[in-house]
Design a protein around this ligand. Structure first.
Ligand code: PFF
Length: 435
């Protein structure tokens, strides 16, 4: 459970959630996101954990094995495949953004935020992202350190790290919210996050909110399946899934509550994009008592949170290379790391040299993010729900989930059979303008 929480809580909560909320008008977007977590995310997480625990192999082989067990077709293993591809595509840009956070550890520690205006903080950020060499160097550092850990096998250190990391991150976010409460435009921030103005929400925004529910919970690509395969038989899948979803959501909402008051107090633009946290939080660190210490600690924790998610993004590919291609773990890690690193160069350049090169109106980074978070993960989740609800034998899912009461089991079954698939399809069609 700790490792899965480490996978779920990451840049998605602290970096991505605030900036996409800002871009999509605030409250109504948040409401749709919360609804998707509850009605789609939690049932799919239960399904993924359950499939992983029954299959006990890499996602590709788990799906092949379970399809056979259920007397169904081998094609289900391609679901595992899609997850492998989605994971490495996501990691390619995730590592670049984690690189920004790593750069900010050193900036915070050097005290450069102290006494800066919002403009000064903004130009520090622009200096970083407009320099491809710097971005490449940080991306490389993050990728190499992730692959070093992956190459040694995951679980040992990870749980210990997460046990300390998550509570620390949580407390530090509370400190930031406390700062915002006193010094930011707190009520404006709260209004922005929790006033449901549906006029501000587009069909595209609904798709992004749903995609983010998958992204933030690490669903739809087999990452959680991997951890499910390590889960003991006695542990409740339902309680574990709900615990992870609640912790994950709490971190995202706290990040929002820390950031938006600063946005409004400093006259910044909520929809200013991926730089949002880097343009806002340093303002607070520059002004608060002990800001250099808190700022450094914050970015260190953010890098660790990103790192525990990054491991789970690449693990399905590494596990598959080991199982199917007979590679050693080290060799599999080096290969996976290298292709991910190369693809990440596209994201590095999306913020400078290639910023004006658009494909369907999107930069390379935006395109990879859109394809993975908004298409591949929900599609993967849809297929997982269909498999768990319709293909797997009911006595198997019932046995594996071990929910004592029949009523709760029926509710879960109803959600994965109908609500989740129909929900995902409706949101897809809606975004295509067909609904
Ligand atoms: N859930 C992670 C985050 O919110 O940062 C990102 C992620 C990790 C997505 C692992 C998917 C995944 F399989």
């Amino acid at each position: 459970m700790l490792a899965a929480t480490g996978s779920a809580v990451g840049l998605g909560n602290i970096w991505k959630f605030p900036y996409i909320t800002g871009e999509n008008g605030g409250g109504a977007f948040v409401l749709v996101y919360l609804f998707c977590i509850a009605a789609i995310g939690i049932p799919i997480m239960m399904a993924e954990v359950m499939l992983g625990r029954r299959g006990r192999q890499s996602p590709v082989n788990t799906m092949a094995y379970l399809a056979k067990e259920a007397g169904s077709h081998k094609v289900w293993k391609y679901l595992g495949w899609m997850g492998v591809v989605a994971g490495f595509l996501i990691l390619s840009y995730y590592s670049v953004i984690a690189g920004w956070a790593t750069a900010y550890v050193f900036r915070a520690a050097s005290g450069v935020f102290v006494g800066q205006t919002a403009d000064g903080i903004g130009s520090l950020f622009n200096d970083l992202i407009s320099d491809p060499e710097k971005l490449l160097a940080w991306h490389t550092i993050f990728m190499v350190s992730t692959m070093l850990v992956v190459s040694r096998g995951v679980t040992h250190g990870l749980e210990k790290a997460v046990r300390f990391l998550m509570p620390s991150l949580f407390i530090l976010l509370l400190v930031m919210v406390g700062y915002a409460l006193n010094s930011g435009s707190f009520s404006e921030g709260v209004d922005f996050l929790f006033t449901f103005n549906f006029d501000a929400l587009t069909a595209q925004g609904v798709l992004i909110a749903m995609g983010h529910a998958f992204f933030t919970l690490s669903l739809g690509m087999g990452a959680i399946m991997v951890y499910g395969s390590y889960l003991d038989k006695e542990i409740s899948v339902a309680k574990t899934s709900m615990g992870i979803a609640c912790a994950d959501t709490a971190v995202a909402l706290l990040a929002g509550l820390a950031i938006f008051p600063i946005v409004f107090a400093s006259g910044l633009e909520p929809g200013s994009g991926p730089g949002l946290i880097f343009n806002t939080l340093p303002i607070a660190f520059g002004q608060m008592l002990g800001g250099t210490f808190f700022g450094t600690l914050f970015f260190v924790l953010l890098v660790f949170a990103a790192w525990s998610s990054a491991i789970s993004l690449i693990e399905p590919l590494v596990a598959w290379l080991i199982e199917k291609k007979g590679m050693t773990r080290i060799r599999a890690s080096v290969w996976s790391g290298m292709i991910t690193w190369v693809l990440g160069i596209g994201t590095v350049l999306s913020f400078n040299n290639w910023a004006e090169n658009k494909i369907y109106g999107m930069t390379f980074f935006e395109l990879v993010d859109f394809l993975t978070a908004n298409i591949m993960l929900p599609l993967g989740g849809l297929l997982i729900a269909l498999f768990a609800g319709w293909v797997m034998k009911r006595e198997h899912s019932k046995d594996e989930l071990a929910i004592g009461s029949t009523l709760w089991f029926q509710l879960w079954l109803f959600l994965v059979r109908f609500v989740t698939p129909i929900g995902v399809i409706v949101v897809f069609l809606n975004a295509l303008g067909l609904f």
